[in-house]
Structures are given as structure tokens and as C-alpha cells.
Ligand binder design. Structure first.
Ligand SMILES: Cc1ncc(COP(=O)(O)O)c(C=O)c1O
Length: 421
């Protein structure tokens, strides 16, 4: 919908921007990360060796992340996707059983499921949220269900306590996908400590990163940790009696020590990053309080998000333009916006609808060993509604007072231009 009036003061229609210079980049990687990598190189050059994997840097990174999580076991892997794969593999789920997966997630949060010959069953989001909750999960539980994946999207805690309660009633394990939620808490407890095992992506854009790509798997269960280690390194017989050989077929999903060295420095910055992100959101929320066109939805009760991005509600019924136009106007003013969580949810993408996992076989859905409906579809009305009524604002912990004030001024300016009289 093109607004009837094109307010001339908006940058979208040729007016002056609120902010003349671009918003700053994130700047979260610096001399400390470089020094950590340099030190490894210096040592390798002096020794005539090469920086490797499963070495002292990874061991230290895993111990430090385990202490950040309040105790437990950690394996560092090559990506969040790899973490989901290794966690599912470590749970040793029977093929052609079903794994409940949230609708709103990254493809990497879903693809490992069919790659392990498990059938993904897609849970809708809770009303108004990107996250699936206990009700959406429970209605999908069947005798075929072997695991539940729950994701904390945008850094907002899902009702993982409720999901775990459902899972416990049915004797099913829970994997928490915390890729977007490092440091978020629910009722004072870090997300990732509720389920049986949890996964964190540490690719370069995440709250804390281990360089370009990376991931962490956390669990409090020692036996599961040991299975994770084997699953993430070609089934090597770690923790098994001497003489054992590789026990299962798997991939090589190791993180390198160079990446772990970066991750350690970044992990030290994580508490400050989360604190600043929360403060920025609180300041934006105060600045836009009372606006007609946009608001920041409250997290679930007891939830303290860590805000990977800021999910904002657009109130089309109180505005004279549609969300797309509003988002274009925000972009024209210099803010970085995603009008939708992503162009398509992973289960609506071609690979999923056309069942392209193992050639043209349609496996695992079409296997005679799958007792469910291979053509089942998942309409997910709540997830679609949440995507239609929200947009995502990208912001960084590097924002200072001026950036917050400018972001608020932009949102106020658009509200003056587009709020219904
Ligand atoms: C919710 C979620 N799950 C899984 C992944 C996959 O992580 P990676 O990109 O590190 O493979 C991501 C990545 O953004 C994600 O956001």
C-alpha cells in the first residue's frame, strides 16, 4: 500500500535524514583477538608445528564456557549447524522417529534432522512470538516423537521450562538451540541450562564468536558429553576402554585451536555485550513509549533477552502505510531493518517441500520404515502472523547515546508522519 500522502520530510521521499553519517559498524573484534591468534602462530613457528584442534585452546575455551554456564561440559564444534547435528547424533535417536522443530529458525537448526534420517515435525510459534511454546509442542507429541528442539530466537527466551515439562511427561529429550541467545535468562537461569543439551552458534555475527564460524555444545550430563565428543569427531572412541575403535559413523565437526583462541577472548567480552544490548533496548523502549505505529513486545514472564536483534511490533491498524513502506522509510533514514525474520521459513523452502535430502528418493519421509504421514504439511499461522506484524531492527552494543537518540528520533519522525490522525 502506497500512503496517500508522502510526507516530504522523510528521507524515503527526498527529505533530510535525521542522521547524516551511517550508524557505526559493530567493532567487536580487535587487537585482543589478533594477539591471541598471533601468539598461537608465534608458538607454532618457533616450534615448527602447526596450530591444531582438540588442543589446549579448545580445552580452555570449553572449560571457560562451561563456567559461564554455571558448570557442565562443553564441546566446541565448527558451526551451530554442526552442533545441532552432533547433539542429535549423540542422543542416538532411532531413525524414522520424529523430532519436533520450531517453525522460526535458521535452516541450520532444521536440516540436520532429516540428514540423520529423522522426520522433522514443525511446531508453530506461540501467539505473538517467534518462539514455539509448550502448547504448540505438546500437540505434536506422538508415540513416534524421539526429541524436541526448542530455539530462543532473537535472543528472546522461549518458554523452555514449559517445553521441558512436556518433554519430561513424555520421556523425551530436549535440545535447546541458543544460537541467537547467548547470555539470555529465564527466571534468572541462563537459557541452555534447561534442556538435556544445548547448542550455540559462534559465527562472526553472534553475541560472541570464534571467528568466521563455530559452535558450542553444552550439557550437564557427562555421558551425553562423551557421546557428543564422539559424534563431532568421526566416532572416535573417546572415553571408551583402550583398544576400542571408532564407534559410529559421523562427520569431522571439530573447531580449530585458532578459532578457540578467538572464542576465548570474545567470551570474556560476552557479559559486557549482553549488558550493553539490554541497556540499548531499554533506552529505545523508553524513547518510543507511547508511539502509535511501533512498540517493543514484552518478553515472556521471567525472560531477560540478550537481543541478537530487536523484534519490533508494527501496528498497521494505527498507521497510514503498510509495514513494507514503513521499513523502507526506516532504511532510507539509515537504520538496518529486516522487514521479515527471513524471506522464507526453513520448512517452506524448496529443499523441504520438495524433500531434497537424499537425491530424489524423498527420504527420510518416504521410507517404508516411517510410520507417519510423509505428506504432512505445517501451516504455522502464528509464526506467519508474527512475521507479518513485526520487523527486526539490527543494532549493536557499540551504539552510544548518540546512536540510541538518533534511532529513537527516526522512529518518532516516522510515527509523526505515518500515525493515523
Ligand atoms: C537459531 C539458529 N540455529 C542454528 C543456526 C546455525 O548456526 P551456524 O550458522 O553457526 O551453522 C543459526 C544461525 O544463525 C541460528 O540462528
Amino acid at each position: 500500500m502506497i500512503p496517500q500522502e508522502r510526507p516530504a520530510q522523510l528521507a524515503l521521499y527526498g527529505g533530510p535524514r535525521v542522521r547524516s553519517e551511517p550508524f557505526p559498524s559493530r567493532g567487536h573484534v580487535g587487537a585482543e583477538e589478533k594477539a591471541a591468534v598471533d601468539a598461537l602462530f608465534d608458538r607454532a613457528i618457533a616450534d615448527g608445528t602447526a596450530p591444531g584442534y582438540n588442543g589446549e585452546q579448545e580445552t580452555a575455551y570449553c572449560q571457560e564456557f562451561a563456567s559461564f554456564m554455571g558448570g557442565g561440559y562443553v564441546d566446541a564444534v565448527s558451526s551451530g549447524t554442526a552442533g545441532i547435528y552432533a547433539s542429535l547424533k549423540a542422543l542416538d535417536l532411532e531413525p524414522f522417529t520424529e523430532v519436533i522443530v520450531p517453525a522460526v529458525t535458521d535452516p541450520g537448526g532444521l536440516m540436520p534432522v532429516p540428514l540423520l534420517n529423522l522426520i522433522p515435525v514443525i511446531a508453530d510459534a506461540a501467539p505473538g512470538s517467534y518462539n514455539s511454546g509448550p502448547e504448540q509442542v505438546e500437540e505434536l507429541v506422538s508415540p513416534l516423537t524421539s526429541a524436541i528442539l526448542v530455539a530462543h530466537i532473537a535472543g528472546e527466551p522461549a518458554d523452555v521450562e514449559g517445553v521441558v515439562a512436556v518433554a519430561r511427561r513424555h520421556g523425551i529429550p530436549v535440545i535447546e538451540d541458543c544460537s541467537q541467545a547467548h547470555g539470555a535468562t529465564l527466571h534468572g537461569k541462563l537459557v541452555g541450562t534447561f534442556g538435556d543439551v544445548s547448542v550455540f552458534s559462534t559465527m562472526y555475527g553472534k553475541h560472541h564468536s570464534s571467528g568466521g564460524q563455530g559452535g558450542l555444545i553444552f550439557t550437564r550430563r557427562e555421558a551425553l558429553y562423551q557421546a557428543v565428543r564422539r559424534a563431532s569427531d568421526r566416532g572416535k572412541p573417546f572415553f571408551l576402554p583402550p583398544g576400542s575403535t571408532n564407534v559410529t559413523a559421523s562427520l569431522n565437526l571439530n573447531l580449530s585451536d585458532l578459532a578457540a583462541a578467538i572464542g576465548r577472548v570474545q567470551l570474556g567480552k560476552l557479559p559486557g555485550i549482553v549488558r550493553r544490548r539490554r541497556a540499548v533496548v531499554a533506552e529505545i523502549a523508553a524513547g518510543i513509549d507511547g508511539l502509535e505505529t511501533v512498540s517493543i513486545p514484552a518478553p515472556i514472564e521471567g525472560g531477560e533477552p540478550s537481543y541478537w536483534f530487536l523484534k519490533m511490533r508494527y501496528h498497521a491498524n494505527r498507521a497510514t502505510c503498510d509495514k513494507d513502506t514503513f521499513c523502507q522509510a526506516l532504511t532510507a533514514e539509515g537504520l538496518s531493518i529486516a522487514p521479515n525474520y527471513r524471506a522464507a521459513l526453513p520448512h517452506t523452502m524448496d529443499w523441504f517441500t520438495q524433500r531434497r535430502v537424499f537425491g530424489h528418493s524423498g527420504y527420510p519421509w518416504t521410507s517404508p520404515d516411517y510410520a507417519g504421514d510423509p505428506n504432512r504439511r505445517f501451516p504455522c499461522p502464528n509464526a506467519n502472523a508474527a512475521m507479518e506484524t513485526h520487523f527486526n531492527l539490527h543494532f549493536f552494543e557499540s551504539w552510544g547515546e548518540a546512536e540510541v537518540a538518533d534511532a529513537v528520533a527516526i522512529l518518532q519522525k516516522l510515527d509523526r508522519a505515518f500515525a493515523r490522525p
